[in-house]
Design a protein around this ligand. Structure first.
Ligand SMILES: [Zn+2]
Length: 281
């Protein structure tokens, strides 16, 4: 089942035009860019190897003849560099496989807002620091069960904005790049689980407002932000397409929309890579 789904996933991502996608048409040759995905061959040992990238466990799937690591590549990764994947195989010495990072240009967005929206008050800053530590710990979640699918369904109706990876300058000050996809939708529109998963975090955070995080297995997580209502609790299991809440404008936003992030090995990657090639704007 997983193998079939994985092959469907590869077929879906390789059908993107080049430059849209981490895995170019050259598959099974690995190809990767910052914010994208590298597929690294790990050989055909009888049991699945364990792979780590930057200290974090990496998703490993069995293809027809061999194991493949599906690695999330950080937006900060340097184009032209070679990054190491640490491999542990049963009964063998640990080893390292290197994979090359290709080039991808992301747009820059310059925004002018009220000064108070860029410089946080000491209270807001203290709150943000606590939340950041919690969210970064939560992102490291790795459960052994393999995801039911590496393909996701679009979590709410609307046109997908192609803003993942955009560098943002607020009043001339550099801020973290945008780590997800925004889908504008009316307040109250339903939000659905993008895949079968367990709810691992629900919170109301300074920047992302009411936020739900789902664990699909092996470090494959999805996050839904700015919700007006949350309709699940930590520990719930949800099916693909199950309603988890409503679109809103909580946190620091200018209007109602769903912010949707996808994580692999604790790294935010472009959600468009998982959604097939429907109606991308
Ligand atoms: Zn967003």
């Amino acid at each position: 089942m997983l193998r079939r789904r994985f092959l469907e996933f590869l077929a879906a991502v390789t059908s993107f035009p080049l430059g849209h996608c981490a895995i170019a048409a050259a598959l099974p040759k690995p190809a990767a860019v910052p914010g994208g995905i590298a597929v690294v061959k790990l050989g055909s040992d009888p049991t699945a190897p364990i792979a780590r990238f930057g200290g974090n466990r990496v998703l490993v799937v069995g293809e027809e003849t061999e194991w493949l690591a599906v690695v999330g590549i950080p937006l900060e990764a340097k184009a032209g560099s070679k990054l190491p994947l640490a491999i542990e195989r049963a009964g063998r010495e640990p080893s390292t496989v290197k994979f090359a990072i290709g080039r991808k240009q992301y747009a820059t967005q310059r925004l002018t807002v009220k000064p108070g929206q860029v410089e946080l008050s000491p209270e807001d800053l203290a709150r943000y620091e606590v939340e950041r530590a919690h969210l970064s710990q939560m992102r490291k979640t790795f459960t052994e069960a393999a995801p039911e699918s590496l393909l996701l369904v679009q979590p709410c109706e609307g046109l997908r904005s192609n803003t993942f990876g955009q560098r943002r300058f607020f009043n001339g000050q550099s801020r973290n790049p945008h780590n997800g996809m925004d889908i504008p939708a009316p307040e109250g529109a339903p939000i659905f689980a993008a895949g079968e998963a367990e709810v691992i975090d629900v919170g109301d955070y300074f920047f992302s407002g009411n936020t739900v995080t789902l664990d699909h297995g092996q470090g494959f997580l999805t996050l839904y932000a700015h919700m007006s209502a949350v309709e699940v609790a930590v520990g719930d299991r949800v099916a693909t397409g199950a309603r988890i809440g409503r679109v809103g404008a909580t946190g620091r936003v200018t209007g109602p929309h769903l912010h949707f992030s996808v994580f692999l090995n604790s790294v935010a990657v472009d959600p468009a890579l998982f959604l097939g090639n429907a109606e991308e704007k």
